[in-house]
Design a protein around this ligand. Structure first.
Ligand code: AMP
Ligand code: MN
Ligand code: MN
Ligand code: MN
Length: 281
């Protein structure tokens, strides 16, 4: 009934904010956060539709961060999407994305795939330009059978079209989230290639600078990974979050409304969100 991580056409989702809310409603979701990558533009339309459909919308964002050369995603929940520091910070990330996209297109050009910048832009309705848009272009051109296959053969480390990119710092991401009144949460923690020691170092650093939450349940976690991060959350006293990371039909790990509940021992991130608790109980 609660899903705190999802995407719309403002970033790399397939549904408009309005359609996403309607879809969530059809799946029995009562509390939804729209957390587009590096952009909060969709929250306006999402708020309007939330009013109409009776869904409680949590204003969110998923910020791309570089920590020790690894890309990490930080979800900000309950942000004020009109906060100037947040808006400016996100705008600078989007500019960096566009520069990266040009380099990616050049790299693909080198292996004979022409016109990928224009091609990817066709799939980016507004807001950000990212690898998923390039992936859709590559599928349309017949280079892979689906988006998931693209991410095996292109655009990832060691494969054509990969570009090392430096996103914003962890400190910046957290300061923007905090300045806008939000709460910072680590997205899909099992998806990072950090190694045991660096993961621990990262978790501690995140906590030291005011990070409060971690996704224990997410569309891309196995049962074992969820159990592992439930323990991590308890050991480090993080609130536990849950979200499907829904991107649209056919390209998501999980449907909305089909995630397991948070493990009993976890402290849900909505523990002190009275309105949300009233809806869920
Ligand atoms: P970007 O932030 O532009 O580097 O793109 C990252 C996005 O690519 C993620 O948010 C996912 O939507 C998508 N992505 C990354 N890896 C995969 C994968 N293995 N399969 C499908 N989508 C992926
Ligand atoms: Mn995405
Ligand atoms: Mn992510
Ligand atoms: Mn996401």
């Amino acid at each position: 009934m609660i899903d705190l991580h999802s995407h719309s056409t403002i970033s790399d989702g397939l549904l408009t904010p309005r359609a996403l809310l309607q879809y969530a409603k059809s799946k029995g979701i009562k509390v939804l956060s729209l957390t587009d990558h590096d952009d909060v533009e969709g929250l306006k339309e999402a708020s309007e539709e939330a009013m109409l459909s009776g869904i409680h919308l949590i204003h969110g964002v998923e910020i791309s961060v570089t920590w020790k050369r690894s890309t990490i995603h930080i979800v900000g929940l309950n942000i004020n999407s009109e906060n100037e520091a947040l808006l400016q910070g996100l705008s600078s990330i989007r500019e960096g994305r566009f520069e990266r996209a040009k380099i990616m297109a050049h790299a693909l050009d080198q292996i004979g795939i022409k016109g990928s910048l224009e091609g990817a832009l066709k799939y980016a309705k507004s807001g950000i330009l990212g690898r998923t848009h390039f992936a859709r272009f590559l599928v349309a051109e017949g280079y892979a059978k689906d988006v998931r296959t693209v991410f095996k053969n292109f655009l990832v480390k060691g494969k054509p079209g990969f570009v090392e990119h430096t996103w914003t710092t962890l400190e910046n991401a957290l300061s923007w989230i905090h300045e806008s009144g939000g709460i910072a949460t680590i997205a899909h923690p099992a998806r990072y290639d950090l190694g045991k020691n660096n993961l621990l170092m990262f978790l501690n650093e995140f906590k030291e600078i005011g990070g409060k939450g971690i996704e224990v349940i997410t569309g891309s976690h196995t049962k074992e990974q969820s159990q592992k991060f439930a323990s991590v959350a308890n050991e480090l006293e993080f609130f536990a979050s849950t979200g499907s990371d829904y991107h649209g039909p056919g390209i998501s790990y999980r449907e909305m409304g089909s995630l397991p509940n948070l493990p009993q021992e976890c402290v849900p991130i909505w523990k002190n969100w009275n309105e949300v608790n009233a809806l869920l109980n």
